[in-house]
Design a protein around this ligand. Structure first.
Ligand SMILES: Cc1ncc(COP(=O)(O)O)c(C=O)c1O
Length: 405
């Protein structure tokens, strides 16, 4: 499972005493992002959700393959602007502060995704020009309840109606359409495309009715393309998703043509004189695959009938399996280690004094010894940046970006 270049670097890093380590495969990331770009070309713009992994090397590597970046804080905005001053940026996220709105004016963003009427009122009060989408949270079948109805994100129809009233008196704010991030970890591309269809079926009539002056309406469908931690070699079906979005786009255009032919709602200001633009904001599904968390076995023990391998580091470096409740996939890189070898079932834990510091429960291993290396895969997204680094004040990992042929 581990790319040869990553395996070689992992062994070098271990020999240098630099474990635990994050090792990233940049050629692998280019190949994957290039495949996503090729699949999505012509159906939707792709903005990378920086929250998944904001490392500078990752952002620079991705930039040739994406149309822009989605940020969710002033910190992420400042980082992207510093590294990639010309990249289009969409700024989402609940609870934007006045300081963040000021930073938006200073650094410029392509789109600001408004989360509430209160946020819109504060934005309007600045008097500054800004291009926006309204983040909508319609209660649609197929939406994930954690991102939709049972969440504080975005606005229901009442909140959106308040925004419509506020926008009437604020011509310096330009509304371009709707943002709807309504799902999470969805593996089924046709089901995601069906959700996109429902978003369009709700959003476009809503825009036409309430904000007919919106030309070139945009629909940002958010992220949520799944990563299967139990099947690390599988990928979200980007070609199927793209094909479904393309046919949705064609349907929306032919609806438009029939409206125009029947003389309905044509002409400037109708909001129906240009096709719809689709955008997506994947995070996990772009960067998860090309990061590894590499460490070594400090102790192998048996207690109460169960075997444990205690690893250097732990979930304070790689919180992903605890946060999601899964077993992190891994590969053992055997070293010329002395001591007894374990073949059988073992639970891989870290150095923290909490029973939740579990990276993989009940794994099958062959000949595992103290000193062997363990490389956890799918550790390129929501991994280091999601973890509680300072708990117990263990040393931080080292970081390595494998590049070149
Ligand atoms: C608004 C928004 N867009 C995009 C994403 C990225 O989602 P994922 O990493 O699941 O693709 C998130 C994640 O929380 C989000 O909140």
């Amino acid at each position: 499972m581990v790319a040869e270049s990553v395996r070689v670097r992992a062994v070098q890093v271990a020999a240098g005493g630099d474990l635990p380590a994050y090792v990233y495969d940049l050629p692998g990331l280019r190949a994957h992002a290039g495949a996503v770009q090729a699949a999505m070309a012509g159906s939707a713009q792709v903005f990378y959700a920086v929250k998944a992994n904001p490392a500078a090397e990752i952002l620079r590597t991705l930039w040739p393959f994406v149309d822009g970046f989605e940020v969710a804080s002033g910190g992420e905005l400042a980082l992207v602007r510093e590294l990639l001053p010309d990249a289009p940026v969409a700024f989402s996220g609940p609870g934007k502060t006045d300081a963040e709105l000021a930073l938006t004016r200073e650094l410029g963003v392509h789109r600001l995704h408004v989360e509430s009427p209160g946020e819109l009122a504060r934005l309007i009060a600045t008097g500054a020009r800004q291009d926006i989408l309204l983040r909508a949270n319609p209660d649609l079948p197929g939406a994930d309840i954690r991102q939709a109805a049972d969440s504080p994100f975005g606005m229901d129809p009442d909140g959106l109606a308040t925004c419509v009233r506020l926008l009437r008196d604020a011509p310096w704010i330009t509304l371009h359409g709707i943002h709807a991030h309504l799902t999470w970890d969805r593996h089924d591309a046709p089901a995601m495309a069906e959700l996109a269809r429902r978003v369009a079926a709700w959003a476009l009539p809503w825009l036409r009715e309430h904000l007919p002056a919106v030309t070139e309406p945009e629909l940002d469908l958010g992220g949520g393309m799944g990563v299967d931690y139990g099947a690390p070699h599988t990928r979200f079906d980007w070609p199927a998703y793209s094909a479904a979005l393309s046919s949705l786009g064609s349907e929306l255009e032919s609806d438009l043509e029939s409206d125009l032919e029947s003389g309905l709602e044509s002409g400037p200001g109708s909001g129906r004189d240009r096709p719809v633009r689709l955008r997506i904001e994947p995070g996990r599904s772009l960067t998860a695959y090309d990061g590894w968390y590499v460490t070594d076995v400090l102790d192998v023990k048996r207690t109460h009938g169960r075997h444990y391998a205690v690893l250097r580091g732990g979930t304070h470096h790689l919180r992903t399996p605890v946060a999601r409740g899964h077993d992190q996939p891994f590969t053992v890189i055997h070293r010329a280690s002395a001591g007894p070898a374990l073949t059988g079932t073992v639970t891989l834990v870290g150095q923290l004094c909490t029973p939740r510091d579990v990276l993989h429960r009940d794994a099958e291993v062959t000949g595992l010894r103290v000193g062997d290396l363990v490389a956890f895969g799918l550790a390129g997204a929501y991994a280091w940046n999601l973890s509680h680094h300072d708990f117990l004040l263990h040393p931080k990992p080292s970081f390595h970006y494998v590049d070149g042929p």
